[in-house]
Design a protein around this ligand. Sequence first.
Ligand SMILES: O=C(O)c1cc(=O)[nH]c(=O)n1[C@@H]1O[C@H](COP(=O)(O)O)[C@@H](O)[C@H]1O
Length: 248
Amino acid sequence: MNPLILDAPSENTPTPVIVALDFANENETLHFVRQLDPSLCQLKIGKELFTATGRHLVEKLIHQGFKVFLDLKYHDIPNTVAQACKVAADMGVWLVDMHVSGGRRMMEAAAEALAQHTHRPKLIGVTVLTSMSESDLAEIGLPENPQDLVLKWAKLAQNSGLDGVVCSAQESALLRQNLGDDFWLVTPGIRLDTAHNADDQRRIMTPKQALAAGSSYLVMGRPITQADNPVALLREINQQAASLVQAA
Ligand SMILES: O=C(O)c1cc(=O)[nH]c(=O)n1[C@@H]1O[C@H](COP(=O)(O)O)[C@@H](O)[C@H]1O
């Protein structure tokens, strides 16, 4: 069964897409979001938009009924990350992320801080950024194949109490096999045509390939925000996801 269904019991219309709202200000964001509704996708607020607008816009979009992934990729000492996660939980976000390379004690502190929280967001660990290739890893002193490192870090994240990881869809099948059906695999680096327009991404896959490989959610920014018809594209991907679930 597609893990998306297991992961999303409260969604009437399962949709695997998390749209990355990589915009510079609130007006531009709201202009784009006006055409969407929560049955089509989830939303992600990352560093650019959060730096511009702060918690105000996060709360506004949650109030509109959207599930919001607060993507600030925390990476700090355990106490600092745990306290930041609590503030994020108070805002009502659905997903929060942190770098696995912050280590076991950091992830455990975050999981522990939220254990009793009335609104506990899912906690996910960022493994190897989808913009990084094997040579990028070697340059920062990690001479490993991305797949091996992602698997090692994903196991560490699972053992440290996190609910899932951010990885490339190229690693989804391997992680699904090793970490089970309940572990969330949130995969950016999605491109409609993997032969062109990778932009700054390096480990990429199409939506259909990613879903077939076992991704729980697809994080998509530019391919959706710069599409001629974002809503039609979201409907098409949701349809592909539904067909895969039916076929399973
Ligand atoms: O945590 C993330 O969301 C993330 C992790 C990662 O490894 N790669 C990655 O691209 N992202 C985010 O996913 C989005 C991808 O955007 P596009 O490349 O425009 O689809 C951006 O908002 C990135 O910040």
